[in-house]
Design a protein around this ligand. Sequence first.
Ligand code: ADP
Ligand code: MG
Ligand code: MG
Length: 874
Amino acid sequence: MSHKYVYMFEEGNANMRELLGGKGANLAEMTNIGLPVPYGFTITTEACTRYYEDGEKIADDIQAEILSYLDKLQAKAGKILGSRENPLLVSVRSGARASMPGMMDTILNLGMNDDVVEVVAEKTNNPRFAYDSYRRFIQMFSDVVMGLPKSTFEVIIDEMKEKKGVKLDTELDAEDMKEMVVRFKAYYKEKMGEDFPQDSKLQLMEAIKAVFRSWNNERAIFYRKMNDIPSSWGTAVNVQMMVFGNMGEDCGTGVAFTRNPATGEKKLFGEFLMNAQGEDVVAGVRTPMTIDQLAETSPKAYAKFVDICDKLENHYKDMQDMEFTVEHGELFMLQTRNGKRTGAAALKIACDMVDEGVITEKEAVLRVEPQQLDSLLHAQFDPAALKKAEVVTRGLAASPGAACGQIVFSAADAIEWKNEGKKVVLVRLETSPEDIEGMHVSEGVLTVRGGMTSHAAVVARGMGACCVSGAGEIVMGDKQFTVNGRTFKEGDWLSIDGSTGCVYGERIPTQPATISGNFERFMNWADENRVLKIRTNADTPKDAAQARAFGAEGIGLVRTEHMFFEAERIKAIREMIVSKTAEQRKAALAKLLPMQRGDFEGIYEAMQGNPVTIRYLDPPLHEFVPKEDKDIAELANEMNMSFEELKGICEGLHEFNPMMGHRGCRLAVTYPEIAEMQTQAVIEAAVNVQRRHPEWNVVAEIMIPLVGEVKELKFVKNIVVKTADEVLAKSDIKVEYHVGTMIEIPRAALLADEIAEEAEFFSFGTNDLTQMTFGFSRDDAGKFLGAYYDAKIYEQDPFAKLDQHGVGQLIKMAAEKGRSVRPNIKLGICGEHGGEPSSIEFCHKVGLTYVSCSPYRVPIARLAAAQAAIKNAK
Ligand code: ADP
Ligand code: MG
Ligand code: MG
């Protein structure tokens, strides 16, 4: 038998969504459990793939198969497409594997033509209905198949309503509808240069092709990118006998959820519109009634609907989102799917369904999207105020939350205004490490440049602060900016939504997040099921404490340099960098020692005896070098140097490619004093905290960054061990310490077995590893990645989502090589990917010990790790 591309609804079931699409699979399932579904068949996603392979043509064999299934449908329906005695009308509906609501196209009332409309009018004794259906078909066919703009048809409708002095479609009568058909057809002919097609089989094939094509329309592509749906999947097409909600006042069409999708409340939630068809309910042509009101107008259909809702929920064991139509009081089901819901609703429904005995705790854990937890952890705008507010521009939803404050343009101003008790939103072209403190005191950060992994985005997510980045329409001026014709000055009010990327030029009140009891209960179920440990990336005691509160089991990355940007410290660091002798350098480092030790003590305290991995100084030195003449002059003065001499030294530190320059462990190789100072600070801090808390077991984990060669690691490790042992020899209290490394240079991954001879643990630094494996930097990739997405060369930002195909191989190999030498080696990941669900699943599969992510992503990572364990348990 040749390959099968078409299935009657009776032949399919809910498990066939890859082939039949979600809509088709569920129409089949509903048919088979005996629900009232109009007859139909599904053309598979494979047919869509072939359509593209065959050069955007439906091959003859598939056309023949479609027509033979049309015969079967006609036999069941007892009607024939295009017939003058007994015409069949059908809908042609898109439906991909993953639900993409409203992204692709659907055509209703296909089979209508100049003759059929007369027959329908006569048979139903309802000419208004017949002509209404025809004009809708012309409208949809013209739009979807021919690409004529919908709006022109709307203009014609409005003109007719105006002429008649009425407001609603329902007030137009049969004669009006007839005239509308004439005008629509005339417009079609004017634009297309030919008459509206009358051959219904031709209409059918053209409509099927158009649905295949709609897989690649702009909004579908955009939606796929946002939701990680591969472009290779394709859409199925459902051809289904029409039932009619537009035949009069005992007819109508509706959409409903079995539970409230915003709150999760267990109560039918939906809308219904009398004497209407298709998308009228959602399109807002008239105000629909609530589903409860249907009980009054059509009690029988309502009772049946309630019954079906129960049946469907029990059958799918999940909240359902349904589309249905009532024709002369008789109910027909047209779609069901697991309903989309807010984070709060997802949590409530999962917990309720466990209590109702419908699902197990494990199943409940799979019911909440990890990313959805985000919305539960951050402040939100007052919904009513938000609805009224006007969006002035959009950027990327870089770090969730809602922020409202007065505009400031520099970190220094942010701090000053905050000290005066004001709330501020920091607006910057882009942010740099010096802005951290200013970001910290701001309600939120808005940047003109930068992507999802720009400095501002990463830092804001780390702090759990709201951030909108890359709002490229903004034109920055001097202490003001303009956007879309409006000018905003310092002190003006601005509201930004880091969950949507929207920017509002006004004050919108915010409310704190509410975490209900369900949250804890649910997270406990997640924790019971996960294998991966969850750590956090935290550089301050405050962040560490926040992460603990969110359930972090340790710190996977303390970036020591983040502490060096504060005013006092940056001076000492600068002194250290420009020192000409080791003595000078040691003197500068001695100033830093007590500060570092204090930082580490604070972090150990916050982590309450849980493991803490401290990474040694990593960034290129040039980041610390003074650039402004006034800073250089000040430093020269303090160091007894001339301005010119110091300026020369600073210029000498220039690097062509700092990210591949003098940074990471190379700093410790050239200036061993740095590693000595940092070791002393780490070990003394650990000793002090251990002394204060004998009940804890403080273990120091020292991480050497950017290693590419075992001898390099050994060199630095020797310094660490020598210093640590000296400190411990003088101390009455002993603490355990371990020396490990980051795997973030491809060479380190390739030689991980050699490196494991020295390294007691690995932490995959996937930001640098991605950067160096792809050979492009994350700060510059934004400029061209867009073109790569358009050309379908890459579909994802590899800095946001781990490239499992390429970079993943290095991780897998390094993990295996590491374990081959040191079977119990601790393996972690501390790049941005450590908080991204699909990357976390990869880490689970590769058998890492833990993932480490920013504090606000800790709950997300806990859930993602649990889901990975449940999905991959066999
Ligand atoms: P979408 O995927 O955008 O929801 P659908 O294919 O579900 O598109 O079609 C939209 C609406 O059209 C349905 O909700 C339903 O109201 C109407 N519709 C589709 N097929 C039929 C049909 N055979 N009979 C009556 N109405 C239909
Ligand atoms: Mg639908
Ligand atoms: Mg790195």
